[in-house]
Design a protein around this ligand. Structure first.
Ligand code: BEZ
Length: 209
């Protein structure tokens, strides 16, 4: 086994990082990447990370040549070009745009869920903006309805960028927002998530607090 040639700014609780880790597992590339732990919030940035990504966001990936790429979508695309198996992001055609749109929907669920988490964990309760929190929850609810009613067959057909992204978004809801009880309104999605959660890549990257 050769030494890892890339370094990933990593936190096991980040759903965006988890997408990258799942893709590395699915494509047999985990040995190529060293993990650098990054502890951060919007109000306490990781200064070492900020030198490589001024936005201070994870994941960021330092390549063998020293260049740093981000965000998670760019990193997934890069890593999907570094293996010889079937691409997990379709290279062209309608499938490419559909799968990337489903992945974008999942990223939007993560965005809303992480925003809620920051509001609840970092701001004093008397400063919580309830209307804004409800707006974020509504985004999540609407996105899940679309996945439940329109995308189950597509998610089941391939464990690719779309499925990985949705699985990581649902995993983050379970981690930080079990109160949302997303399974109640989305039974097919719940069944699909139960199945994909048994994959080695998902088990190896399960977030734990
Ligand atoms: C979290 O602890 O919820 C978290 C950590 C890193 C990035 C995003 C969320």
């Amino acid at each position: 086994m050769s030494a890892p040639s890339m370094t990933l700014f990593h936190n096991p609780l980040s759903p965006y990082v988890r997408k990258v880790m799942v893709l590395l597992h699915e494509t047999g590339q985990t040995d190529r990447v060293a993990l650098q732990h990054s502890q951060l919030t919007p109000v306490s940035p990781d200064l070492a990370l900020c030198e490589d990504n001024p936005l201070g966001k994870i994941p960021a990936l330092r390549l063998a040549d020293g260049n740093v790429i981000h965000d998670s979508r760019v990193i997934l695309d890069y890593l999907d070009h570094q293996h010889v198996g079937n691409p997990l992001i379709p290279r062209d055609g309608p499938a490419r745009w559909r799968r990337l749109t489903l992945a974008s929907l999942a990223d939007g669920i993560m965005d809303a869920a992480v925003m809620i988490r920051y509001e609840q964990a970092l701001r004093a309760p008397e400063k919580h903006w309830d209307q804004w929190l409800d707006g974020q929850r509504e985004k999540i609810r609407r996105a899940l309805v679309l996945l439940e009613t329109d995308a189950i067959a597509e998610l089941t057909s391939h464990f690719d960028v779309a499925a990985i992204s949705v699985a990581c978004a649902l995993g983050y809801l379970d981690l930080r927002h079990p109160d949302l009880e997303w399974r109640a309104a989305n039974p097919q999605l719940a069944e699909w998530f139960f199945e994909v959660s048994q994959r080695a890549s998902m088990l190896a990257t399960m977030p734990k607090v």
